[in-house]
Design a protein around this ligand. Sequence first.
Ligand SMILES: NC(=O)c1ccc[n+]([C@@H]2O[C@H](COP(=O)([O-])OP(=O)(O)OC[C@H]3O[C@@H](n4cnc5c(N)ncnc54)[C@H](O)[C@@H]3O)[C@@H](O)[C@H]2O)c1
Length: 348
Amino acid sequence: MAFMSASDNKTILISGGAGFIGSAFVMHMLSSHPNLRIINVDALTYAGNLENLQSLEQEDRHVFVHAKIQDTELMHSLCEQYDVEGMINIAAESHVDRSIHDASPFIDTNVQGTLSLLTVARNLKLKKYVQVSTDEVYGSLELNSQGVFTEETPLAPNSPYSASKASADMFVRAFHHTHDVPTVITRCSNNYGPRQFPEKLIPLMILNAMESKPLPVYGDGMNVRDWIHVQDHCNAIWLAYEHGKPGEVYNIGSDNEWSNLHIVHSILALLGKSTDLIHFVQDRPGHDKRYAIDASKAKRELHWKPNISFEQGLRETIQWYQEHPEWCEHILNGQYRDYYSKQYQRER
Ligand SMILES: NC(=O)c1ccc[n+]([C@@H]2O[C@H](COP(=O)([O-])OP(=O)(O)OC[C@H]3O[C@@H](n4cnc5c(N)ncnc54)[C@H](O)[C@@H]3O)[C@@H](O)[C@H]2O)c1
């Protein structure tokens, strides 16, 4: 279907659309918004997987561009070429453990990349700029406390990853304040769902359990996270783009706190595997104890609410991994990295 230029049609640029959240966002938005075109910029790092976007190969309203968001000149010309209305920055280096090992790629993509996109949004006077951030910028809450993160909670990042995301948020804030860029920041809790790279807790545990391999759990497994289905997060991102007030921050979360150990037990139970597979390993340095999100502002002002219960979402997520052995195999043996050169010839 050719993209038509009627007045209600619009084109947005998103970054990181071959990753976990980005690919869910692109697929969901294109199927639910027939007049939307998405320019999807992704550098295809180890976390970018074009097999995630396989279903869009014939979709004219999806334009994939293999590039880094730090390439300001290219981002500028893409926005001009496709008459881009606004941007949603989802791209990031996203894994805490990798940031502990080497923080520099996190500064490069998460800070420098954000600055690059903000510069383009400013120069072209784009209608909206959404920064997809994380609750990890708020630091850690005490276990067994009643505390929650609100948008007023001071930023106190503890890992190099969250420090880079907090730095990016500060640039977003400054570009709104100084240059009047219509920015919105979303800060979401931990996501789960199909197509998540298996270095993160839930897919790692599912894939290991499916193969009856040991399930490595950090420390005593009592660290608590607030889990949200990726689809619910994607809906919130779009509402923030459409209705978020420039300069504002919106927390996104599902009131769904569980310890890591509880998550692992649930996965083993759903797969009918023994808890003997659990293997406690040395804790991550500086491991945040607990995250919990107060999302009442997003519910009130964006009219957003989560729709997927954890019980249903976790069951369906496990089912998705069971029904996609090829996706899992290509991730595990590294073949997903060949997909671009073999099958996807839409690079500029
Ligand atoms: N996964 C979560 O639980 C979670 C929770 C809250 C917020 N977030 C935020 O959501 C965003 C997406 O997270 P995710 O889990 O989908 O990450 P991911 O690691 O699965 O995907 C990141 C994507 O960004 C791309 N990318 C990396 N560097 C790039 C660059 N320089 N230029 C262009 N593309 C680049 C990668 O190739 C990949 O496709 C991140 O900003 C993260 O901070 C994630």
